[in-house]
Design a protein around this ligand. Structure first.
Ligand code: G1P
Length: 279
């Protein structure tokens, strides 16, 4: 039965992380630490802070470390029991108490749209969130980015993508959107193009890795032909909703680091060290 509360966050994590080789040869890119916490944990914390209670990893072969991170490690726990090191696990333990974790294998790498489509058995006929953990988002002045979007969903009851202005020479790395600004920083989208050239780009407003999707997206993904790079793109499936005025672009409050690039990863590390690290 369809309900309006968003309770599941989908994390597409099946990618190889080839931009980060050799670091990611045996270690999933989502497990690379930003200071002392793996990237994926920042994403799960953001989902939990937005009130979500189920996390579903769309996983690939050789990436069990992600599931293991959100599970007990009895041998380790008993070896540090009673020492101050126990405290270091408090954060992840709290997430495990708040949230139920599941994972679904994406059998072939067939694009982000396909990966999100794989989550249907976990989500059903409900609106849901998607976090791409490569995009680390922080907001030191208020609610996290996903929490801002969940609040916006209450009002608009349709799909929402987080957007940010990027320099024109960067548009080809993103889904790029155009729409009517209906309130400050809130756009009703009418155009969405996956990784356009500078000439094809409808604007310099890029989608970043936070989505809220209405459940009819599954049917649309199923109908979406392979697009850019021969893969099923979520941007193309969303464009079908945008044609009917059912996608909002939201210029979020906060900062985003592209941790899929070395430069962004180092910037995120420096930022998080300054903001959150205590000796
Ligand atoms: C994906 C999406 C793209 C979006 C980007 C945000 O691309 O396909 O539309 O702008 O995430 O990070 P990827 O970075 O996985 O190639």
């Amino acid at each position: 039965m369809s309900q309006n509360r968003i309770s599941t966050c989908v994390f597409p994590v099946a990618g190889f992380g080839s931009r980060f080789l050799p670091a990611t040869k045996a270690v999933p890119k989502e497990m690379l630490p930003v200071v002392d916490k793996p990237l994926i944990q920042y994403g799960v914390e953001e989902a939990v802070a937005a009130g979500l209670t189920q996390c579903c990893f769309i996983n690939g072969r050789h990436k069990q470390a992600i599931e293991n991170h959100f599970d007990r490690n009895v041998e380790l726990e008993s070896s540090i029991q009673g020492s101050s090191k126990e405290l270091l696990l408090d954060g992840v333990n709290q997430l495990m108490e708040t949230c139920a974790f599941s994972s679904i294998r994406q059998l072939q790498a067939n694009g982000l749209g396909h990966a999100i489509g794989c989550s249907e058995p976990a989500v059903g006929d409900n609106p849901f969130a998607v976090i791409l953990p490569d995009d680390l988002c922080v907001n030191s002045h208020g609610p996290g980015v996903l929490a801002q979007m969940v609040e916006l969903y209450e009002k608009f009851q349709c799909s929402i993508v987080a957007i940010e202005e990027v320099p024109s020479n960067q548009v080809s790395k993103y889904g790029v959107v155009d729409g009517d600004e209906i309130e400050e920083g809130i756009f009703r989208l009418h155009n969405m193009v996956e990784k356009p050239t500078v000439d094809e780009a409808p604007s310099n407003l890029a989608i970043i890795g936070r989505y809220i999707l209405s459940p009819d997206i599954y049917q649309l993904i199923g109908d979406t032909k392979p697009g850019k790079s021969g893969e099923v793109q979520i941007t193309d499936a969303l464009m079908e909703q945008a044609r009917e005025g059912r996608v909002i672009g939201y210029q979020f409050k906060g900062k985003r680091f592209d941790c899929g690039s070395v430069r962004g990863y180092v910037a995120a590390t420096n930022y998080c060290f300054e903001q959150f690290y205590e000796d």
